[in-house]
Design a protein around this ligand. Structure first.
Ligand SMILES: [Fe+2]
Length: 322
């Protein structure tokens, strides 16, 4: 029995993290709910709820599927010494509170840095220092991470496949190295479980091809980043609105809605359009692969919060609500 956790977005730098980022409407909404989550009582309730399940089901080990913590400069990932120190401190605190070992961590966008449509920091994006700190945090030597557990092999797919370029290193070369290792790993005839941080990574043709080639061997595909079924539902609507010609009138309406919400920021409206058009196949791929969401404790706007318990021995999993 293992516990799969994802997207806690612990926020030790909740004021500082916005110093390099212009706040926009979505950030304001996120912040509102993040504040609710940071309420000590809520956090304590969440930890207690997980602790009781860990104790009752005698769970010894947990895996964290990315976005454990938000960094000092949110869009730059954990690239400062303060980020690393805080992350280590929080990891020790959480393990003690839950009474279990968080054995492996995946790289989420909040660890690597990210460049998404609403980002405004001039130094945003995936960067090597953030990845180096992440490797110190996870006590790993390289980004590729696979391991054996209960006669299965588990492979982490990090956030890097969701973006096209990094700030200061050759991201394509890193992806190639990663895929080479994954291809070798998948040659072994053993039930395999993929833990993908962001299902938008399925947009990477080579990664998706490799998964499809080995789909029979892959017992489960779990993913995070979307936090709750509501985000998946919303994404499905948006990719249809932006991707189907017949729904063009709705697209005009949605564009106008975003235009009003952003107080006339044409750049954001355009970026959102590009974002949803680029991800037009993601909901279909998630369905085709049978990929399963690991909910974040906060869910989306407080709805759908939880985590996942995986029984490798029985080959089953159960989503738990907070
Ligand atoms: Fe994420």
């Amino acid at each position: 029995m293992k516990i799969l956790l994802s997207d806690w977005h612990l926020a030790p730098f909740r004021v500082e993290k916005f110093l390099t980022q212009k706040r926009n409407f979505i950030e304001i909404i996120i912040q509102y709910f993040a504040k609710k989550f940071e309420d000590k009582e809520k956090e304590a309730k969440m930890l207690e709820s997980i602790r009781l399940v860990v104790k009752k089901e005698n769970i010894k080990v947990g895996y964290f599927n990315g976005d454990f913590m938000e960094s000092r400069r949110t869009e730059r990932g954990m690239n400062t010494t303060e980020d690393l120190e805080k992350a280590l401190e929080l990891k020790a605190y959480i393990m003690k509170k839950l009474g279990l070992i968080l054995a492996f961590f995946n790289l989420g966008n909040h660890e690597s840095g990210y460049d998404l449509p609403l980002c405004t920091d001039a130094e945003k994006g995936i960067n090597w220092q953030a990845i180096k700190n992440f490797l110190v945090f996870t006590e790993a030597e390289e980004l590729y991470c696979s391991f054996y557990e209960d006669n299965s092999k588990l492979i982490f797919v990090p956030y890097i496949f969701s973006e096209e370029k990094a700030r200061d290193f050759d991201l394509d070369a890193e992806k190639k190295i990663f895929l080479g290792r994954m291809r070798e790993d998948l040659k072994e005839d053993i039930p395999t479980i993929l833990l993908v941080h962001d299902p938008d990574s399925f947009d990477d043709v080579e990664l998706l091809g490799l998964i499809r080639e080995n789909r029979e061997k892959i017992k489960f595909i779990f993913f995070g980043h979307y936090h709750s079924w509501i985000n998946l539902f919303f994404m499905r609507i948006m990719v249809n609105v932006y991707g189907r010609i017949l729904l063009f009138p709705f697209r005009c309406f949605v564009d106008l809605f975003f235009f009003a919400l952003t107080k006339g920021d044409v750049h954001i409206v355009r970026e959102l359009g590009i974002y949803f058009r680029k991800r037009k196949n993601i909901p279909t791929i998630i369905r085709e692969l049978g990929a399963v969401l690991i909910p974040a404790p906060t869910g989306t706007v407080g709805i759908g919060g939880g985590y996942l318990v995986l029984d490798l021995g029985k080959g089953t999993y159960e989503k738990k609500k907070i």
